[in-house]
Design a protein around this ligand. Structure first.
Ligand code: G4P
Length: 191
């Protein structure tokens, strides 16, 4: 997606440890016009898949997921990372290890909002090593829901998330695929 790539080139800051700081439009301050374009593009890509629900994880997945749900006209569920007072026993739960942060987090979603009747589109902001998406897939498995595909805003193609997901045969659509990056330059894999 050209305008997303241009925005990454303009405003993205490459930090150490292969981290791209996009706080100015995605992870802290959010550009709703760009999110609208992202939602439209995911909806276009998955239009024919009979999606019943968009699933993401808090917090940075929520903005692109909501705009995708808007254009697909389906509800958006976000998995919660911290124990919630309203989520009690009626939940799907999985542990997610982040190589980026070197921490394990519990991810959960209510059984009220995900079931074996759902055909799910998973949306997330970043694909690095794929652990967050794997956690969302585990929640879908517990629910007996089918997964139509995964939509990622920014994929760091030099890390192993794509290989992990391709190995499981799931359709993966990333709007920007970073081939390599350093503090002076960022290059993309073109579709
Ligand atoms: P991992 O397997 O390496 O842990 O990667 P994963 O894709 O699971 O991402 C773990 C967390 O780190 C996610 O945020 C993800 O968005 C974030 N992350 C990974 N690489 C980058 C990067 O290059 N730049 C930025 N800005 N974030 C990155 P999270 O823990 O879910 O936090 P949040 O959604 O609350 O922001």
């Amino acid at each position: 997606m050209k305008n997303l790539e241009n925005r990454i080139l303009e405003d993205g800051i490459v930090l150490e440890n292969d981290i791209l700081d996009v706080d100015s439009f995605l992870n802290h301050q959010i550009d709703p016009v760009l999110m609208q374009d992202i939602g439209k593009e995911f909806a276009r890509l998955f239009r024919d898949e009979d999606i019943t629900k968009v699933l993401t994880v808090e917090s940075s997945g929520i903005a692109p997921a909501v705009f995708t749900g808007l254009y697909l006209e389906v509800p958006v569920v976000f998995a919660k990372k911290n124990k919630s007072v309203t989520l009690r026993d009626n939940v799907y739960v999985t542990d997610v290890y982040s190589y980026t942060k070197e921490t394990t987090t519990e991810m959960s979603a209510s059984k009220l909002f995900l079931s074996n009747k759902d055909n799910v589109l998973i949306i997330d902001d970043f694909l690095a090593n794929g652990q967050a998406v794997s956690g969302l897939l585990a929640l879908c498995r517990q629910a007996g829901a089918s997964v139509a595909g995964v939509g990622i805003v920014i994929e760091k193609s030099f890390q192993k998330g794509r290989i992990l997901l391709e190995g499981s045969g799931i359709r993966l659509e990333s709007l920007a695929r970073i081939e390599k990056m350093d503090p002076d330059s960022i290059s993309f894999i073109n579709h």
